[in-house]
Design a protein around this ligand. Structure first.
Ligand SMILES: Cc1cc2nc3c(=O)[nH]c(=O)nc-3n(C[C@H](O)[C@H](O)[C@H](O)COP(=O)(O)OP(=O)(O)OC[C@H]3O[C@@H](n4cnc5c(N)ncnc54)[C@H](O)[C@@H]3O)c2cc1C
Ligand code: SF4
Length: 830
């Protein structure tokens, strides 16, 4: 060590989380790594990661690797001594040293405390085991280890209770559903997200959350966790009980002040700091992040800590000695797929002259409100439609001018956009609140040579938190690149984890003879497994190899492992095949017998003209299939599912073609074919369209003169689209041939999970007519041949009842609760 190095002041940072690491980054950005001799302590045994993204890790939207902000080499490269996995137990202010759990003492000249928050665990009997921490099956949601533990547990269990209906609780609940767990959310207050939403907004949110299959119970104060060795349920103060195998407590956070308190530093709700983040009366001790209390305020979001880190770094480096922190205005966004919520500032007018503009459409789950004071936005709530969130955040953060017609704050009404353009934004304007990325940083990345949107997002992390700034990031990148943004290659990849479009991927798989998912990862993704890519690869490999595909059950989703559709309570639904929606008295009798024998709680007709037996336990599936002795109806897979038919010319007086016979023939030939998305078909006997053929992935309509029209790309789910006319043909045989070619072309060319309603417009109906009907490129014979091979490889998956593929295939980890009996309604009575 040189003499100059020896003289360097020692900076010790306790807490290697988002605030601690960001402060160090800011210091290094300003003066380089040599100003201080830096030591960082962190209880967690890792480099610094983006805690916000734990919700995405839980929901499977993000891999663990993707959330790390500073890898271990970063610390080395910057000469930082990282004591990862080491807790500081005491600060000796007199000797100016910190004592760690291993008995070592580390001296400091300047100390930064960045210990974050700890989960708040309300007093609930049974949450803890004496001397053993949490009861088996009880979790909090704060760290990567918490997240991993929850994922491991959820995989083997079926019912979860989440305590807390705030942001964290909702994100936990939605994430757990990913593992087939049925979730009940218990919230002590009267409405969800009560810290951010008013009662109307909270009720609208509740309906949206319930639509996702999460049971919500409000005014629910949990009193006790039930179960001796493992969690078996919870009991509320009012006596109600809820069965559960796991409990996640997400009831809020408290500043982590234990160390400061034990060391005699001033602590109220948090560690008390002044505008320079200096701990009161301690000239060389600072605190930053969620552990601090500044002007009476504590924070639970990242935006404040970016601002605090800047001020503190300016002060510690002397680059901005007068920098002062004045508090932050915070905005939040819920990161739950399928439920959009953003909120900032106040939720209701507070003064007589505050303006309050509200729009509510509960049926659609939409609620929007803004509060304006003195021509400035001081609060906004958006539920169900957050298209204006980028603009509102800008207006809220920067106090930018508002449109005269206030309704424009809630809707785009045409005319010039109210938003500040990318060019007009100041360089230091913060674009991504979650990761603290400014416009200047984005522009510098583009001018530094990165020309794709995802490249800029990867390099800066902008847009990788809650995602609400993505549009603005794209606009800035577009503007900075002078309109020369390059297409993102990943946009055309079949699955995110293998960098190839579908034709290239298929060619490589064929050329190298890759027959299993792990072989594909090994050969084409440098051995990097990607969870989000597995299901897509299974589908593709099964399509390509048929019998020769090497099955690895771990790559499959639960529905595909047990060939049934998992339900909210962890049971399954069984839908036997009924070709073309036709059945026989013998079949109906058998179904009735099975329903009685196995005490099936609900027997229901499906929209696809079949009979659904709901509430079957996993371990009973093979017995139910054996007793039914009918093939699978594929009501669970990304595959060919059903052909709905009307009675057609055989019985209907309007009928122009035998739709029933044709529907049965189509289903017989193409049953169970795996595909990038589910395939629902219909054949209808005349244009009156009783079987809804115009809104199916492929619909066939009989018309005058014994001819048939084939429509493709229709949908009538959350997305509604009338199919495009592919061809008009003379015979059922031609319908069969073109149906086969279309299905095979879709199977080979659509991206994973791309339904036909997106695929058909993407390729264009004219092009599809050329390729499939006119065979302009000579693809026809090849498509026919490969389809025929897939058809020949078809095996009824319910045959696995006789020989399970893995010992645990139909084994249930825990017994289920008795299922609710559904009252049988007397015929014709409501
Ligand atoms: C699941 C989840 C989702 C979130 N989503 C959002 C979101 O969408 N938007 C948003 O703005 N915010 C979100 N947050 C909050 C955000 O993560 C926090 O605001 C941020 O992490 C606070 O940073 P911090 O550095 O103050 O604390 P932390 O990131 O918690 O870091 C503190 C670190 O200090 C360590 N430590 C504590 N005591 C000691 C000790 N004595 N010795 C050594 N080390 C110690 C801890 O182990 C921890 O690693 C989310 C949080 C979670 C858990
Ligand atoms: S679609 Fe036409 S043929 Fe079919 S049932 Fe309706 S009216 Fe009859």
């Amino acid at each position: 060590m040189t003499q100059a190095q020896e003289r360097r002041p020692r900076l010790v940072v306790v807490g290697n989380g988002m605030a601690g690491a960001r402060t160090v980054e800011e210091i290094i950005d300003r003066v380089g790594p040599d100003r201080y001799d830096i030591t960082m302590f962190g209880t967690e045994p890792y480099g610094n990661y983006n805690r916000i993204l734990l919700s995405n890790v839980l929901s499977g939207a993000e891999e663990e690797d993707g959330i790390f902000l500073n890898s271990l080499p970063w610390y080395q490269e910057n000469g930082i001594t990282l004591r990862a996995g080491m807790t500081v137990t005491r600060i000796d202010g007199f000797a100016k040293a910190v004592h760690a759990a291993d008995g070592t003492a580390t001296p400091y000249d300047k100390l930064v405390i960045a210990t974050g928050s700890v989960p708040f665990v309300p007093p609930i009997d049974g949450a803890h085991h004496p001397r053993r921490g949490f009861h088996q099956g009880v979790f909090t949601f704060r760290t990567l280890d918490d997240t991993r533990a929850m994922i491991r547990y959820a995989r083997d269990h079926q019912r979860a209770v989440v305590i807390g209906g705030g942001l964290l609780g909702l994100e936990a609940a939605r994430g757990l559903q990913q593992y087939g767990v049925s979730v009940t959310l218990l919230h002590a207050a009267g409405h969800l997200m009560n810290a951010q939403l008013d009662a109307t907004g909270g009720d609208i949110l509740r309906r949206s959350v319930e639509r996702l299959g999460i049971d919500v119970v409000t005014k629910a104060r949990t009193e006790r966790i039930l179960g001796k060795d493992n969690v078996e349920g919870v009991r509320l103060a009012d006596g109600r009980t809820f069965a559960a195998d796991m409990v996640v407590i997400a009831a809020g956070i408290r500043p982590n002040t234990a160390l400061a308190q034990a060391s005699g530093l001033p602590v109220e709700r948090g560690i008390v700091v002044d505008d320079q983040l200096r701990v009161l009366d301690e000239p060389d001790v600072y605190a930053v992040g969620e552990c601090v209390q500044h002007r009476g305020q504590t924070y639970g979001l990242v935006a404040p800590l970016w601002e605090q880190a800047k001020v503190l770094a300016g002060h510690l480096t002397g680059t901005d000695p007068t920098a002062a922190y004045h508090g932050s205005r915070t905005a939040t966004k819920l990161k739950v797929a399928g439920v959009d919520v953003a909120s900032m500032g106040v939720t209701a007018p507070e003064r007589d002259d505050d303006e309050f503009v509200v729009f509510a459409e509960p049926r659609r789950g939409v609620y929007k409100s803004v509060v304006v004071r003195d021509d400035r936005l001081i609060g906004a709530t958006l539920i169900g439609d957050v298209s204006k969130v980028g603009f509102l955040m800008q207006a809220f953060d920067r106090g930018s001018p508002l449109p005269e017609e206030r309704v424009r704050l809630l809707f785009d009404l045409g005319g010039p956009p109210a938003e500040v353009s990318a060019a007009e934004l100041a360089d230091d304007a913060q674009v991504c609140n979650c990761n603290g990325v400014s416009k200047g940083a984005l522009v510098a990345t583009v001018t530094g040579g990165v020309r794709t949107l995802t490249g800029v997002m990867d390099a800066t992390r902008a847009g990788k938190g809650c995602g609400s700034c993505k549009t603005l990031v794209a606009q800035i990148v577009e503007w900075a690149a002078g309109g020369e943004v390059e297409a993102d290659p990943a946009a055309n990849w079949y699955v995110p984890g293998v960098p190839m479009d579908k034709p290239t991927l298929m060619a490589e798989i064929r050329a190298r003879g890759l027959r299993s998912v792990s072989a594909v990862f090994d050969a084409l993704a440098d051995g990097q497994e990607d969870a989000k890519s597995k299901m897509g690869l299974v589908s593709l490999l099964r399509m390509m190899w048929g019998d020769e595909y090497v099955d690895e059950r771990g790559a499959r989703f639960i529905n595909d492992r047990v060939h049934a559709n998992i339900q909210r309570d962890g049971t399954f639904s069984v839908v036997p095949q009924m070709k073309g929606g036709c059945t026989t008295p013998a079949q109906l009798r058998r179904i009735a017998d099975v329903a009685e024998k196995h005490q099936v709680p609900l027997v229901k007709l499906t929209g696809g003209q079949r009979i659904d037996l709901l509430g079957i336990r996993k371990e009973d599936l093979p017995k139910v299939w054996a007793d039914l002795d009918m093939p699978s109806g594929y009501a669970y897979g990304k595959s060919f599912r059903t052909v709905k038919t009307c009675v057609g010319s055989e019985f209907c007086r309007f009928g122009l073609g035998d739709s029933t016979a044709l529907g049965i023939a189509i289903e017989e030939r193409f049953q169970g074919l795996e595909a990038p998305g589910k395939l629902k078909l219909a054949v209808t006997g005349c244009p009156r369209n009783c079987a809804e053929a115009y809104v199916k992935d492929l619909g066939v309509v009989a018309i005058e003169g014994g001819r048939w029209e084939i429509y493709v790309g229709g949908a009538a789910g959350a997305h509604v689209r009338k199919g495009d006319l592919l061809a008009t043909v003379d015979t059922p045989a031609e319908v069969m041939a073109l149906t086969g070619r279309f299905l095979q072309y879709y199977r080979e060319n659509a991206n994973w999970l791309e339904r036909t309603y997106a695929f058909v417009p993407r390729v264009g109906i004219e092009r599809l007519r050329e390729l499939i009907v006119e065979d302009s490129d000579g693809l026809g014979p090849g498509l026919d041949e490969r389809l025929a091979a897939s058809v020949a490889a078809y095996r009824d998956p319910w045959r696995e009842r006789d020989a399970p593929v893995t010992p645990g295939q139909f084994r249930t980890a825990l017994p289920l609760l008795p299922l609710p009996a559904v009252p049988v309604r007397a015929g014709g009575q409501p």
